[in-house]
Design a protein around this ligand. Structure first.
Ligand code: ZN
Length: 162
């Protein structure tokens, strides 16, 4: 069984250093988001009552407080509007360059996301980027009856389209 946390830390730090979300359905009501990610789908919730489509997904509509929501797909490609590249002093668990970009998904939605698989100095404003799904070390969770189990995890970034 792996040690909880980020592998680069080699078990020196507790799982509180792990900044990735708990994805298991026992702990997270938006767990379908991660199930969909595993199938390379980028999804969020849509309110069946008022039609609002927030991102990140919610368990209650922030517009009308309805809990009657459905899962919908978002575009998996977008354009880079602005970005930052962190070369030195990158946080533990990340490699240099650590790039974050403001991405326009083309559906009226803009959001900030990490850019993966991109070398220093390569990214330009206007570049097209696509969804990149990656594995995160599993989290050890305690199920009913005190049974310890590994919960697989997945997270996303965007990467340049080559
Ligand atoms: Zn609503």
């Amino acid at each position: 069984m792996p040690v909880p946390g980020v592998p680069i830390l080699e078990g020196k730090y507790p799982s509180t250093m792990d900044l990735y979300p708990f994805e298991a359905k026992e702990f997270n009501r938006i767990h379908p988001f991660y199930e969909n990610l595993k199938q390379k789908r980028f999804t969020t919730t849509k309110c069946k009552k008022c039609g609002h489509v927030p991102f990140p997904p919610r368990v209650v509509c922030p517009q009308c407080n309805s809990e009657d929501l459905e899962w919908v797909d978002l575009p998996t490609q977008g354009k880079v509007l602005r970005f930052t590249e962190e070369i030195a002093g990158v946080p533990l668990g990340f490699e240099s360059p650590l790039i974050h970009a403001l991405i326009d998904l083309g559906d009226g939605r803009k959001f900030i996301c990490r850019i993966s698989n991109c070398k220093e100095g390569q990214l330009k404003e206007g570049d097209t980027v696509k969804l990149a799904v990656y594995e995160v070390p599993p989290m050890i969770i305690e199920k009913r009856g005190g049974v310890m189990e590994e919960a697989e995890r997945t997270f996303f970034a965007f990467e340049p389209v080559k």
